[in-house]
Ligand binder design. Structure first.
Ligand code: SF4
Length: 363
């Protein structure tokens, strides 16, 4: 290992805050130094959260794939009249929520397309229906884009929408719609989405109202390593101020059915090196975020296992139903049995532990 890299990793392992310049260097390592970065992140993970590999029993309900936006990385959304459009009415939503409850899930996650007829009331109703059919479950829902959309449609402020959602039972918000928090990149991949400044403002509002959220990045399309660092720096700054992020979830771009890939404006996803480094550098840079989740849906189970040796400590949810990554062409999307999670954790000498959405561990 080069002396400079050795010094940098030693400093971070000793608790020095990694600079943006340092993170950029780590994103650029190649060859066997990739393992050195992963090993340093693994040491930091062990010091910070121990050896448990956590997971949550959850179920997704994606209420509709109709969406007024057409993000270039999205293979899920449909326009009225397209083949495969679906929309769940109250009865279907409650049937799915009831099924989730009967499976003993502790979390229901709902994010959907931006239905042309949705208002703030639509979201509030969906949350109430879910909780009526699955009382006591933690509702992990919405994201800054949905909040901004509901606010615009109902002529409310985003803070008012968030308060109404909280009142209806929203337990925590999805930190999605972040993609890459650099407007130049957003213009290419999701020009109709909230801007970087809006995303930050809504997340801060949510945290200020006592609604925690996850934090995410969607990488491996057309962003640069510098963009990734800028994104992480924004998240670290918000977390310094609010402490409202429960976890960070790197989401590797699934390219197959997406417009930006088909039009030649994006790569065919991240490489294995990039996937490992994204987890490792996140662990090293986000010193104020306790949990780094690896998405088995995006990365596949084998890569997810390796990521647990590169700084990640959480495998996310069992899922039961996931349509968004499937729409983009992912094949690992349906359900990951806790028995399989246990097998991959045990195989690397770690213990699988069930958790709630907010990381309370089951005995
Ligand atoms: S990513 Fe979300 S907002 Fe964008 S097109 Fe897909 S469903 Fe709509």
């Amino acid at each position: 290992m080069d002396n400079h890299l050795r010094g940098l990793l030693k400093d971070v392992k000793n608790g020095h805050r990694l600079t943006e310049e340092g993170a950029l260097q780590l994103f650029r390592v190649q060859g066997r130094e990739v393992w050195d970065v992963a090993a340093a992140a693994d040491v930091v993970r062990q010091k910070k959260v121990g050896d448990a590999v956590t997971y949550v029993l959850n179920q997704n309900i994606n209420v509709t794939n109709l969406c007024v936006n057409r993000c270039g990385f999205c293979g899920f959304s449909k326009k009225p009249g397209d083949d495969g459009v679906y929309f769940y009415e109250k009865e279907e939503i409650q049937k799915r929520a009831g099924l989730a409850k009967s499976r003993n899930v502790t979390e229901i996650c709902t994010v959907s397309g931006l239905h042309p007829d949705f208002t703030a009331e639509s979201y509030v109703n969906i949350y109430r229906w879910i909780l009526e059919a699955a009382p006591g479950v933690h509702l992990h829902a919405s994201n800054p884009m949905e909040v901004a959309y509901a606010a615009k449609k109902s002529r409310m402020s985003t803070r008012e929408v968030l308060s109404a959602m909280k009142e209806a039972g929203l337990g925590s918000m999805c930190g999605t719609a972040a993609e890459i928090l650099v407007d130049g990149v957003r213009k290419v991949i999701c020009p109709q989405k909230v801007t970087t400044a809006e995303w930050i403002r809504i997340i801060r509002e949510a945290h200020g109202l006592g609604i925690p959220s996850t934090a995410t990045i969607m990488y491996g399309h057309c962003e640069s390593e510098k963009d990734r660092v800028q994104h992480l720096a924004i998240l670290r700054k918000i977390q310094d101020e609010t402490g409202g992020f429960t976890e960070f979830v790197p989401l590797s771009f699934i390219h197959m059915n997406t417009p930006i890939f088909k039009e030649g404006r994006a790569h065919a996803g991240a490489t294995g090196r990039e996937d490992l480094l994204m987890v490792a550098v996140s662990r090293l840079f986000l010193d104020n975020v306790k949990n780094i989740q690896v998405s088995w849906v995006k990365e596949g189970v084998k890569m997810a296992q390796l990521s647990l040796l590169a700084g990640a400590n959480d495998l996310g949810g069992t899922m039961f139903e996931e349509s968004i990554s499937k729409g983009a062409g992912a094949t690992n999307t349906d359900y990951l049995d806790p028995a399989e999670m246990e097998r991959i954790a045990k195989d690397i000498g770690r213990k699988l532990v069930r958790r709630t959405t907010l990381y309370e561990l089951f005995p």
